[in-house]
Design a protein around this ligand. Structure first.
Ligand SMILES: [Zn+2]
Ligand SMILES: [Zn+2]
Length: 476
């Protein structure tokens, strides 16, 4: 079955629509084959590796110049222009404005549609995002949607498996070795604000990237050079690397509290560096959620900004993933960790593996070694007889006898720890089963609640033999 699917070819319609798609309203992925990912990965040849010899032909010059010239200007300014405090404050404010343009605008609004924004807010975010000089909304969202759809594969434009530097900025400096995966942005092509920004992009980046920050500082307090170098170039360098960290640092540093299938991770430091985008493990699991941080004390200014906008009617329909499903992800990861702990511990020998001994045989063998019956199990207490906190004599008294009543409160109501330790000394099962018929006495406390995989659960709802119901064929 799978081989049939594997050998299928991409439909000619898809290839044609991908090459000649002028009608932007038609989703580009409408005709992709069912096996698009495996087909593309198998059939798209990687470009030859980049070497010193072919390096110059493989540089993406526009982004290369932007990403090298900007920090160079910032450095030159830092060495030649005195930083005025008003310019410093303005640079930080403009860093947050343009950063939010990317995080609240490009990312959460346009790439993920995690909320609706009124027209004034859309224009504000489009202009702010332009000031971050990271490409148009349409270009950025197309790449980002492919990143989510093909995370950690060669179809992911910033595939984290290609290394920290590649996912941070290498993918912009050098030509990609693979064509990135298809992702539809036809919804954005219909959006007037997105179209407006895409159309005037070159003029807008000059205006919001450099001219506006310079104008504010120049007209405000006469610091034209500071406005250009600090609020312009230095701020731009920071906003670039801050947002690039979402693709690099957030796929490298931190925890995976919601899922560990892919590289995205949660970390406070990444959140600090990225205006709240650092809870990336959550984000990749629930990308349409307007939040990245779900706890009130976690640092997510982008979420706070969207929330405040909603109070003023500028944002609406803030999407939140059902908490019940979020908690399932968290629980799965917690159980996984607990399972690892459980797996390295030594447990009482399995009941099925123990020999079944008759009462007479137990009596005979108890003459040669100290055997005691408790809750239907025969225990060899030879290595414990001198360690028994209640004294040796109480154990000796029960050799060859049933001490169930005495153990469970008759003489002393033993602790759960004592019960767990006792179970480790099991050497056999007394023929006739658990004499007292009390299951809770047979199962050591530490084994009453355990982490089991679905295929280890007998008679569970996941077990196909028990899943057939009387109403088979009806959807409830
Ligand atoms: Zn990511
Ligand atoms: Zn995203």
């Amino acid at each position: 079955m799978s081989s049939v699917v594997e050998t299928r070819q991409a439909s000619p319609t898809f290839e044609k629509s991908r090459k000649t798609s002028k009608k932007e309203e038609v989703p580009i992925d409408i005709d992709i084959p069912d096996n698009y990912v495996s087909w593309t990965l198998r059939n798209s040849k990687a470009a030859p590796p980049i070497t010193l010899g072919n390096l110059l032909q493989n540089i993406q010059w526009v982004s290369f110049i932007v990403l090298t010239l900007t920090p160079s200007l910032a450095l030159y300014g830092a060495l030649t222009v005195k930083l005025q405090w008003q310019t410093a404050v303005w640079s930080v404010i403009y860093y947050f404005i343009t950063g939010l343009g990317i995080t609240a605008g490009y990312h959460r609004l346009w790439a993920h549609r995690s909320y609706n924004a009124s027209l004034p807010l859309q224009y504000f975010l489009a202009m702010a995002g332009t000031g971050a000089v990271e490409g148009s909304i349409k270009w950025w969202s197309r790449g980002h949607r492919a990143h989510h759809r093909y995370t950690d594969t060669e179809l992911d434009p910033y595939n984290a498996h290609r290394g920290f530097f590649w996912s941070h900025m290498g993918w912009m400096l050098l030509k990609p070795r693979h064509k990135i995966g298809v992702a539809d942005v036809s919804d954005l092509s219909k959006n007037p604000v997105v179209r407006w920004q895409h159309r005037w992009y070159i003029y807008l980046i000059i205006g919001f990237g450099l001219v506006l920050p310079m104008l504010v500082a120049g007209l405000g307090w006469g610091d034209w050079a500071g406005g250009f170098f600090y609020a312009g170039a230095a701020r731009l360098t920071f906003v670039h690397h801050s947002t690039f960290c979402v693709n690099s640092l957030a796929h490298w540093l931190g925890e995976t509290p919601f899922d560990d299938k892919h590289t995205p991770r949660d970390h406070f430091i990444t959140a600090l560096a990225t205006i709240g985008e650092g809870y990336h493990n959550f984000h990749h699991q629930f990308p349409m959620d307007y939040r990245n941080a779900i706890k009130w004390y976690q640092y997510d200014p982008t979420k706070w900004f969207i929330t405040v906008c909603s109070w003023f009617g500028l944002a609406s329909h803030l999407k939140v993933f059902p908490d019940n499903e979020v908690k399932k992800g968290q629980l799965t990861m917690q159980l996984k960790k607990l399972r690892e702990t459980q797996d390295v511990l030594t447990w009482a020998p399995e009941e099925e593996l123990l020999p079944v001994i008759s009462w007479e045989s137990f009596q005979d063998q108890a003459v040669k070694r100290p055997l005691i019956v408790i809750a239907g199990f025969i225990h060899d207490v030879s290595d414990f007889i001198d360690e028994h906190p209640g004294g040796r004599h109480l154990l000796v008294k029960f050799i060859g006898k049933d001490a169930t009543t005495a153990f469970f409160g008759g003489v002393y109501d033993h602790s759960n720890a004592a019960h767990n330790l006792l179970s480790m000394k099991r050497v056999g099962v007394l023929h006739g089963g658990v004499q007292h018929g009390l299951q809770d006495k047979a199962v050591p406390p530490a084994q009453r609640l355990r982490v089991a995989r679905y295929n280890e659960l007998g008679g569970s709802p996941y077990n196909s033999s028990t899943a057939v119901s009387d109403n088979e064929g009806l959807l409830g």
